[in-house]
Design a protein around this ligand. Structure first.
Ligand code: NAP
Ligand code: NAG
Ligand code: NAG
Length: 312
């Protein structure tokens, strides 16, 4: 059945991979919203089933023009909390006014519904946008949870993998599970959810669940070299450290945000449900940690995050 899918923030890494996946469905029309269309790959601008709307994400008229005629809107915004909250709320308002049936929020993370407001500063917008969607009559919220992106996990910014010393740094006892999914696998699930008009509410997908010890073993199996596991302290130590850095200067997000992710990824509070929704879309083969490592040279791991979607 023909369907029109809107992609907000279509220039982004994740959005590109979703659109690439949607190109395989001949009956899907794509409307893309961005602030600067010259950032788009040529393959998007020239593709017959893609219509690009360039405009300001704070302008309701622009957002209504973008959402008009969409069956579903996928949000791929990434920015500061004001943009993630108020930018998305206005987009939800536009969807509601234009009778778009579903809005897929820019979540793609651990289970933020298990967090209190204020516990994880970067996840408050997801809670506020979900609450905003619940006040609407015409548009239903869809929330795709995927744990951490594997590309993010291996990035220098995340603080676990140190390519210089071939070390994996961790807090806890080393038996905590990491829940993670590649950009590409997550994009395939989001594309499938967008096409599936029955998919509403929380959606739980993962590529893998592994402890840091399992991940070190996967690494050794793939590269023939065992990374050193470096324990930096207990999870309580991590909690005190991240709170200290946070309270010293809450506006210096980069000083503490990776620690918040490490903490809430592994302390059990935000794990996805045991029985995942992967089985609803059996045509998708989720990439595991080992599969991810097999697809990358060791020296490219730390850059996999910034390079996500770059070959689209
Ligand atoms: N679970 C995880 O480990 C994890 C890690 C990373 C990201 N994520 C999630 O994945 C999603 C997408 O991330 P990504 O990596 O694809 O991000 P990205 O590549 O940085 O893309 C962000 C998009 O937002 C747009 N944008 C930013 N500020 C804007 C503004 N003020 N007005 C209009 N557009 C604006 C950007 O437009 P321009 O191109 O014009 O700048 C771009 O299209 C987000 O929901 C993010 O939270 C999850
Ligand atoms: C739009 O993107 C292009 C390509 O990245 C860049 O050269 C140009 O400066 C951008 N324009 C604005 C107004 O940001
Ligand atoms: C949305 O649907 C309502 C009825 O459910 C209708 O009154 C309204 O005109 C529709 N809006 C648009 C923009 O189509």
């Amino acid at each position: 059945m023909a369907i029109t899918i809107g992609v907000a923030g279509i220039t982004g890494k994740f959005a590109r991979l979703i659109v690439k996946s949607l190109f395989n469905s001949p009956d899907v029309q794509i409307r893309g919203l961005c602030r600067n269309a010259s950032k788009l790959p040529e393959s998007f601008r020239d593709f017959p089933r893609v219509t690009i709307i360039q405009g300001d994400s704070t302008d309701l008229d622009t957002l209504r023009r973008f959402t008009r005629g969409c069956d579903v809107v996928i949000c791929c915004y990434l920015g500061d909390n004001d943009f993630m909250t108020n930018g998305q709320k206005l987009l939800v308002d536009a969807c509601d006014l234009e009778n778009v049936s579903r809005y897929i929020a820019s979540d793609y993370c651990l289970d933020f519904t298990k967090l209190e407001l204020g516990q994880h500063p970067a996840k408050d917008p997801m809670k506020l946008v979900k609450a905003h969607l619940e006040t609407k009559n015409n548009v239903q919220g869809v929330h795709v949870l995927i744990g951490a992106f594997m590309e993010t996990f291996w990035s220098g910014y995340f603080g676990v993998w140190d390519p210089e010393t071939c070390k994996l740094n961790y807090y806890g006892d080393g038996d905590e599970l990491w829940e993670a999914t590649t950009y590409e696998t997550a994009a395939q699930y989001v594309a499938a959810v967008a096409k599936d008009q029955n998919a509403v509410g929380m959606q739980h997908f993962l590529g893998d669940r592994r402890t840091i010890r399992d991940i070190a073993q996967d690494f050794a199996d793939v590269y023939g070299k065992k990374p050193q596991l470096e324990r930096l302290g207990s999870l309580d130590d991590l909690y005190s450290k991240m709170q200290t850095v946070y309270q010293k200067n809450p506006s210096n997000i980069y000083a503490y945000i990776a620690m918040f992710y490490q903490y809430y990824c592994t302390n059990g509070q935000t794990y996805l449900k045991k029985e995942l929704d992967n089985s609803r879309y059996p045509e998708i083969s989720p990439v595991t940690f080992k599969g991810f490592l097999n697809a990358h040279k060791m020296r490219d791991l730390a850059d996999a995050y910034q390079n996500a979607g770059s070959d689209v």
